[in-house]
Design a protein around this ligand. Structure first.
Ligand code: PGA
Length: 230
């Protein structure tokens, strides 16, 4: 995945990247951070948009994705802070914040390369499984399992994880020109299998990636365990 980032930036230094958070991309950011620290990775003309952010916590909260991005990537690369976009989870007006974010993505010319993780329940961003999905950036309720999975960012306490978030929508993600999804570990095997071989269903939001013409899936063996079967 790091190679995809460096390839895209080598082809177009002003590329627009969509970025995930969570445990899965930590090794990716470690590698990119090392290249940034060495001065061999140039983000000076790039633009980034993060997928999502918790609602109701500020950028300095250690569990926020602002803090995550600062720690894992932004403090190591020469990306101007004005072009590192994240949803403002502390907004007083979530609907307006979501509309602002969509407009910023449009103004940037859309996303060239969207990097994604996947939840064990098949979510991408905070587009959680349910009876319907949202197309645009929106306010999202988090499922209990998602809050448990994020407890590591909140001192191990899933009750401390916000119940809501702001997230790019399915259409926001699917409009990216190219998508790379990364999944590691056996807890993701079922979601990966249903994403690749299952029907399109709002119960597995990542299954909608089947509609996109340029998606690459990068898995370890454990996450890929179900891919030979239907
Ligand atoms: P994880 O989260 O990388 O922490 O497993 C991925 C996701 O929920 O999208």
């Amino acid at each position: 995945m790091a190679r995809r980032v460096t390839e895209v930036l080598a082809a177009d230094a002003a590329a627009v990247l969509g970025l995930p958070t969570g445990r899965t991309p930590m090794p990716l950011y470690r590698l990119l951070a090392r290249l940034g620290d060495e001065g061999t990775l140039d983000f000076s003309q790039a633009t980034t948009f993060n997928l999502d952010e918790f609602l109701g916590i500020g950028p300095d909260h250690p569990g926020s994705y602002h803090a995550y991005m600062q720690q894992h990537l932004l403090s190591h690369v020469n990306l101007p802070s004005t072009r590192a976009h994240l949803l403002r989870g502390w907004t007083e007006d979530p609907e307006r914040e979501c509309a602002r974010y969509e407009a910023e993505i449009e103004d940037a010319g859309g996303i060239d390369l969207q990097l994604l993780g996947i939840g064990a329940n098949g979510h991408i961003g905070f587009n959680e499984p349910g009876p319907h999905l949202m197309a645009r950036t929106h306010r999202a309720s988090l499922r209990p399992g998602t809050r448990r999975a994020n407890a590591i960012f909140f001192g191990g306490d899933s009750d401390a994880v916000p119940k809501e978030a702001l997230s790019m929508g399915m259409g926001t993600i699917l409009k990216a020109r190219r998508i790379v999804l990364m999944a590691t570990g056996k807890s993701k095997a079922r979601a990966v299998q249903r994403t690749v071989h299952g029907s399109l269903t709002t119960r597995v939001p990542a299954s909608f990636l089947q509609l996109h013409r340029d998606v690459e899936l990068i898995c370890d063996h454990a996450a890929a365990a179900g891919l030979g079967t239907r």
